[in-house]
Design a protein around this ligand. Structure first.
Ligand SMILES: Cc1ncc(COP(=O)(O)O)c(C=O)c1O
Length: 405
């Protein structure tokens, strides 16, 4: 019998990895506080964004969370909302993106990065990624800019900072704002600056898989007071601070975060620093352990990516070099007790929603979809022994690859 678990052998690992979400007494305390207060939505406490007096009389968890999250991410303003998809839509609308405009996006990301512009009448223009980082490739950016380009929307994919220096320089030359999709970026940094504080605005997600979560949730960060006010109005059905309750100034929507979500997120934010440090230590250690295995290519972490948020541990799998297909490898690895997946099956433009639209194939994104292996960030929340188990399992599958052919 083979040693490989997939062929009946004993798995490298039989213990579960850290479960996600991580939560405890603090989440319970804050959620119960909201429950017992009866203040379940923010505006119970006052009608205005700047209604400091009303909110300090009956503090709002949403107001507290917005402030604390923005400060922790180097931004003056935070506008909480229902999810990261809505955050993208609101931020784009606040930037004035609308009918007939173009927004440059990478095709290797979650669908919302491209469909948020579509929802407001704009067209996503796909700009390929750099295969060594899976982030938008600045070398291809200029060619994607047209007179209709209204925003550039790079993603800090998997928590690795996009090349914001190069992207920012091109954007500045053309006078186009950069909106960061920081859905994976909590606690990460670029050149020492927090992700979410580099572009004119940024959007975050607190959906269940993210590095901080309330099941669902989103937030926009910005240092621009005017943008902040527009965003707040848009998530508040077009209301305006200081104006009557039933007076609506913009075509806004009800995208408000609840006090329950904010309660959980305050507790999650308090865990973020320690968890990010742990993910960083384990992520770097794991890459060092895997680097010499043929066909296993951990992604580059450029010098400008000073703080990787490690939302996903991503590597490239070279099937020819390793000796089996990615699908066979993933099956064997998972059988060894290491959960891993192949991520996006195809670049965004191949989704049926883009049928009938014009797009050019992006070769690096196609390659990323063929080669990627993803592991969830929770695997990085354990200790070095957990990383040793992952490395040992990959090594074991490689050593026995011929039995899988
Ligand atoms: C890169 C990226 N952008 C945006 C989103 C949208 O966030 P949400 O799921 O909170 O709507 C996600 C979520 O998966 C994402 O991965």
């Amino acid at each position: 019998m083979s040693d490989l678990a997939v062929l009946g052998g004993k798995p490298v690992r039989e213990r579960a990895f850290t479960a996600w979400p991580v939560f405890g007494a603090r989440e319970e305390e804050l959620a119960l506080e909201v429950l017992r207060s009866g203040h379940w939505w923010r505006y119970t406490h006052g009608e205005a964004l700047d209604a400091g007096a009303a909110e300090s009389a009956a503090p709002s968890k949403v107001a507290e969370f917005q402030g604390r999250f923005a400060a922790a991410h180097g931004s003056k303003y935070g506008i909480a909302c229902v999810n990261g998809t809505a955050a993208l839509e609101v931020a784009l609308r606040a930037l004035g993106v609308g009918n007939g405009d173009e927004v440059i996006v990478p095709p290797y990301t979650f669908i919302a990065t491209a469909t948020a512009p579509m929802l407001i009448g704009a067209t996503p223009v796909f700009c390929d990624i750099d295969i060594s980082t899976f982030n938008l490739d600045p070398a291809r950016l200029e060619a994607a800019i047209t007179p209709r380009t209204k925003a550039i929307l790079p993603v800090h994919f998997a928590g690795l900072a996009a090349d914001m220096g190069a992207i920012g320089a091109i954007a500045a030359r053309h006078g186009i704002p950069v909106l960061e999709d920081a859905a994976h970026g909590h606690g990460g940094s670029w050149c020492g600056r927090p992700l979410g504080s580099i572009g004119v605005a940024a959007t975050f997600s607190f959906q269940a898989s993210k590095n901080m979560t309330a099941g669902e949730g989103g937030l926009i960060t910005t240092g621009n007071a005017e943008l902040a006010e527009i965003c707040e109005s848009l998530v508040w059905v077009g209301r305006k601070v200081g104006r009557p309750w039933y007076e609506h100034h913009r075509l806004g929507w009800n995208y408000r975060m609840t006090e329950f979500q904010a309660a959980l997120l305050i507790a999650q934010l308090e865990r973020l620093g320690e968890q990010t440090a742990r993910r960083q230590k384990n992520g770097s250690y794991l890459s060092a352990c895997l680097r010499d295995i043929p066909g296993i290519l951990p992604l580059d972490v450029p010098d400008y990516a000073t703080g990787h948020a490690w939302h996903i541990y991503v590597l490239r799998f070279d099937a020819a070099e390793f000796g089996v297909s990615r699908e066979v490898f993933l099956k064997a690895l998972t059988a060894e007790g290491i959960p891993a997946s192949s991520g996006y099956a195809h670049p965004l433009y191949r989704n049926p929603v883009f049928e009938g639209t014009e797009w050019a194939e992006c070769p690096a994104s196609e390659q990323a979809c063929r080669e990627a292996v993803w592991m969830e960030h929770r695997l990085l929340l354990g200790d070095e022994h957990d990383m040793d188990d992952i490395a040992q399992a990959v090594q074991k599958v490689w050593a026995h690859r011929r039995e899988l052919a």
